[in-house]
Design a protein. Sequence first.
Length: 327
Amino acid sequence: MDGILNINKEPGMTSFDVVKIVRRMLKIKKVGHTGTLDPQAKGVMVLCLGKATRIVQFLMGQDKEYHFLASLGIATDTQDSSGEEIAKKEASFVTKEQVEEALDNFRGEILQLPPMVSALHYQGKRLYQWAREGKEVDRPKRKVEVKELVLLDFKEGTYPELTLRAVVSSGTYIRTLCHDLGEILGVGGHLSSLTRTRCGSFRIEESRTIKELKNVRDEGRLKEIIRSMDEALGQFPALTIKERAVRKLLNGLPLLQEDVNRRDAEIEPGDYLRLYSPSGRFLAIAKASTVGQIFARPVKIFQPVQSEFTTHGECHSRVNGNPAHLA
């Protein structure tokens, strides 16, 4: 079973819990995810099954969309509602206009200091392991991009509550955004609740909870909800290569301009590409090149080298290639 599964993670489950349950439910050994969600968070969690685990790296960097609730006036040691209060300040004087003005500081490219309670590594340990030992270590700020940040609702009170929507680059910490927003407003703040509504092209409307996944499995309809690898990589331009170039590609050799049969999009050097045979078979991911006459170099090959595409007249003889590229 190879493909991509869009799971709607429920609060209280760790990302590893989801992977473990799906692995057992579908009786498949290889299951990977494209980005963790904190236990108290819910929403889209993209799982790669079987051979699709080989494309995790290409899905991890996709933009993510969140709907979340930020509480002002209370700061915690984890920057979210799971932590202990470390500061509390009456914040009823904060206005919606002040919040809107403060949000301008977080739109576009920003530098963010990763929270201590996170899975990032530092000197052989994850940051949360250092935090459990009561130690705060120096860690560099990271550049992230907040592409959209919208205040959906402002609830007045002693501790105002903000409902927001954000579209961010991979690696952005929403709880840190809430914490930093509270700091700018001078009252402190933390993340109260978080829902990931989109990860790349995977939307929450199309996701399935673990219970729903079990029902689909029991009804024998898994194929209806598992997306193919090339469909999941739809952000990469699709190219059809010529019949004579299929063997070359399966051997892991670079392609020339003359090997390409048809282009459906403009290609820039460094772009990742989806390569297809003349019959429409998804063959590989390649990277566009500018070295000499080389057009693209294969990065991942998904069809076995010793294949005979006799049905479509491709590669009638068996060929030997570099097994390092094979699924």
